[in-house]
Design a binder for this molecule. Sequence first.
Ligand code: SAM
Ligand code: SF4
Ligand code: SF4
Length: 333
Amino acid sequence: MVDKLNRPLKDLRISVIDQCNFRCSYCMPKELFGADHVFLPESELLSFDEITRVARSFASLGVEKIRITGGEPLLRKNLPELIQRLTYIEGIRDIALTTNGIFLPKQAEALKEAGLNRINLSLDAIEDRVFREVNGRGVKISPVLKGIEAARNSGLTVKVNMVVKKGMNEDQLLPMARYFKGGGVVLRFIEFMDVGNSNGWDLDHVLTKKQILNSIHNEMPLVPAEPNYYGEVADRYYYEDGEGEIGIISSVTDSFCSTCTRARISADGMLYHCLFASDGYSIKNLLRKDALSDEALTGVIRKKWSHRNDRYSDERKDGVPAKKKIEMSYIGG
Ligand code: SAM
Ligand code: SF4
Ligand code: SF4
């Protein structure tokens, strides 16, 4: 099954909660997500039964990988139970989680036991001075490093994702690369993106893939590596001295829409076909209708995918102006 641009449906990203313990300036700036911000009540989040049902439908249409995200997904109660239920779905061969890592020391073991395969952990600095500013909550590095350790000790594969933004943390690029080089954790750099409507995005704040690459290569020579699989979002590079690899996710300056195989379910139960979508479809309303058969649910998802023609990052390069987008805390990265 392919969309209008001939792209198969392979991945499903599910945001399980819109709340977060951080206020990263590029995602949920504390000025806009203050004490009076209203988050979704539990009844408006998809239940585990609903998520499992939707995931089963997606799997029947070719989805093989599921990523759980948020907000901060580890704030969702009993998450390991959901992971375990997803592992029972025929066709699902990989379940991953994106997290800021703070709650991993308490939860990593249970997540691994439940069947989680991989973790992408977000960390944007290796110095407290910078990190405390970025996360907007004054949290230091050490609890995040403990989270990485806990995940690795539990046998989970860990990648670290760093959003690089000029004027925020570009001075952390080399210290982060030095810190993780040779340690068995792949570090991936993400260009600052214009997700949502509230992060004050400006092209001038984007440290480009080329700049990131040059900066690291000058000190720690790199050689390009082949993608691991069709549609991999990060361009991979090995360290020439054999001490591991890095990745760069260049959604802004070198977009990859032509191989985008991802569908997304937001925290409020909407189906989106692009991280930068303006419109979605309420899977939640559909699921909450009486007597919806599995065939009907799968039919709707199939039809929606077959009409998909999203290619926002390609259009951004062509100068197409942005429309109103969905906030990152809902759609989940
Ligand atoms: N709270 C979890 C975390 O931070 O890993 C999961 C949700 S977060 C929205 C998912 C990913 O989106 C994180 O890696 C985060 O760094 C990334 N992200 C958020 N806003 C971004 C932006 N404006 N540009 C690039 N990446 C962004
Ligand atoms: Fe929270 Fe993740 Fe957004 Fe940071 S990037 S505010 S940790 S959801
Ligand atoms: Fe996929 Fe949209 Fe990103 Fe393009 S802009 S790669 S279609 S999520």
